[in-house]
Structure formats: C-alpha cells, structure tokens
Design a protein around this ligand. Structure first.
Ligand code: ZN
Ligand code: ZN
Length: 309
C-alpha cells in the first residue's frame, strides 16, 4: 500500500517566486490528506498533476495567513468537479470562523458538504479503517497544533509450512489465518493465527510539525516516525530570534528528531524567506550535525514512506 508525501511548498511567511508556502499532501492508497494550505496551494497541486478533487480531509496547523490563505481558492476549485463525500477540515479555534466568513464574504458557490471541526483537546481527530490522525498542541504566537498519521500494526509474516504441518491446506483458510482468525486443522484441532504468523509488524508513521518553539513534549508525539516533517526556519545563530518569534531552528528540529527515537528521516520545511535556495545548505548541515538522517524539502519533492519490515 503506497504512502507518499508530496511537498507542495516549503517556504515560511511569504511565497517566493520559486518557493510556495508550506503545504504537504499525503497520499495513502489513493486517498489524499492536505496539511496546511498557504497562498497558491492550488497552483502547487496542479503543478504536481495530482487529482486534487480526491482530498478527503485538510489539517490546518494554525490560522496565520501563510498557512490558510490558499483554502478559499482550493474550496472553490473543488466545486468544479463532482463530489459526493464531505470534505473535512480540522484546525485550532478560529478555523471555522475563517472558513465561514470567507464563504460568506466571497459568496463562494460550493456544491458539496464541508465539515469543519475545531480542535480543542489533543487526541485522535480522524480515523480511517487502518490508521488514525492525531493532533497535539504546539507553542506558537497563536493556537497551533501538530499532526501525526499512524497506521495500525500489520499481522506478522505468514509461514505456509507451519500451516501445512498443522493440517491447514492451501486455500481460503490461509487467508483467514493471515487475517487473524482461528481455523480448524488436522483432527479437528483449532489452529490459532499466532501458531503460523511471525510477530506483528509495525505500520508507518508520518508527522507534521510547524510554527512552534522547540519544547520537550514534541519528541514523544513524533517518536517512531518514518517521515518527520518539521519546521527548520532559522540557522543556529538566530536561535534567540527563533525563540522570540516562537519558531525553531533547523538544529532544534534535529535535536527533537534525535531525542524522540525511532525516526527514520527528518525533512526540514518552512524556511525563512531570508534564505535563498543556495543558503539552505547551512540549515541542512546544522541539522545533520545532530541528526544525520536530515534532508531538506523542496517544492514538488515526493517522499515515499516505506514499511521497515
Ligand atoms: Zn508560518
Ligand atoms: Zn505562524
């Protein structure tokens, strides 16, 4: 099952000619989830040739302009195609007011249902059949949340020889065992799935954290992420500025990745517009000195998220 993160934009504060604002589209088995939507998100989606009408839910970190001004255009664009399912939008308080007032003032024609849910308490906000999306509080100049998508553990590896040994022939009973159901074996004995399956294998985890100062509670939330997308707005020299503006440096993001444990890759995002593309290597080097598996995001990059076992 494919899980991929598309970087629609990697900039913070203001869009630049070649750098859209921070926004990430996660595709899981054809279903799309959007994380933040700065000005021009619809252009970024089109440039990636994605089937944007299939966005199931949008997750907003906070209601600063660089994270939400793309929403009205995106919602209007979505009306140009048939859509039966509602579109869910999650975010901290004020997101409902923002969407409601945009719809009213702009006289937006929307031919599908939009369900806005404001997040007042941390926890699971969206549940799929085999995954869940959690929100947790960040510390910014206004109410802000981070998100994780976490898949359920998968059943362990199936050992056909063990099934045969216990008198379960090749056929539909194997599928039942793989799905975790006991089946009859030789002499009417019941064969338990644990007898023929290896230990459960972990699902995948994706985390999205932006616009926050660095603080210790982030690490346990993002621990074990296969892909941890995190703000790396400033270089180390500007740590005091970052703190004052309630943002973090690339190095602070790397420390969170290191301390969290089990993180396969840290991808930095939300760069200050003071950095030209050629300057971003400073942020990368500073992050890698602490957490070697750090990379830079760039607009239109795609990060496949693989199973580790
Ligand atoms: Zn921002
Ligand atoms: Zn902000």
């Amino acid at each position: 099952m494919n899980l991929e993160a598309f970087i629609l934009g990697c900039g913070g504060m203001m869009p630049l000619p070649h750098r859209h604002l921070t926004s990430v589209l996660l595709r899981r088995e054809g279903e799309l989830f959007l994380f933040d939507s700065g000005e021009g998100t619809q252009v970024a989606i089109r440039r990636l040739n994605l089937r944007w009408k299939k966005i199931s839910a949008i997750f907003i970190s906070h209601t600063h302009a660089d994270h939400v001004t793309g929403l009205p255009g995106l919602l209007m664009l979505s009306s140009q195609v048939e859509r039966d399912d509602p579109l869910y939008i999650f975010g901290p308080p004020k997101i409902a007011e923002y969407i409601e007032s945009s719809r009213r003032v702009l006289d937006m024609y929307i031919n599908y249902q939009i369900v806005v849910k404001e997040i007042n308490t941390p926890g699971i906000v969206y549940q799929g059949e085999t995954f869940r999306i959690r929100a947790f509080p960040l510390r910014h100049s206004k109410s802000c949340v981070g998100y994780t998508l976490e898949e359920d553990a998968r059943p362990g590896e199936f050992h056909p020889e063990k099934a045969l040994e216990r008198g379960v022939p090749l056929g539909p009973l194997w599928a039942k065992l793989q799905a975790g159901e006991p089946v009859p074996g030789a002499d009417g004995h019941i064969v338990e799935p644990s007898e023929v399956l290896g230990p459960p294998r972990s699902g995948r985890k994706f985390s999205f954290v932006t616009d926050t100062l660095a603080f210790p509670d982030i690490a346990p939330e993002v621990a074990g992420s296969d892909l941890f997308i995190c703000e790396g707005m400033f270089e180390h020299n500007l740590e005091a500025t970052a703190l004052e503006k309630k943002h973090m440096t690339a190095q602070q993001a790397a420390k969170i990745a290191r301390d969290a444990g089990g993180i396969a890759k840290l991808a930095l995002i939300h760069y200050s517009p003071r950095y030209a593309d050629s300057d971003l290597k400073i942020l990368l080097q500073e992050a890698q000195s602490i957490f070697p598996q750090s990379v830079l995001t760039r607009d239109r990059m795609v990060f496949p998220i693989e199973y580790i076992d």
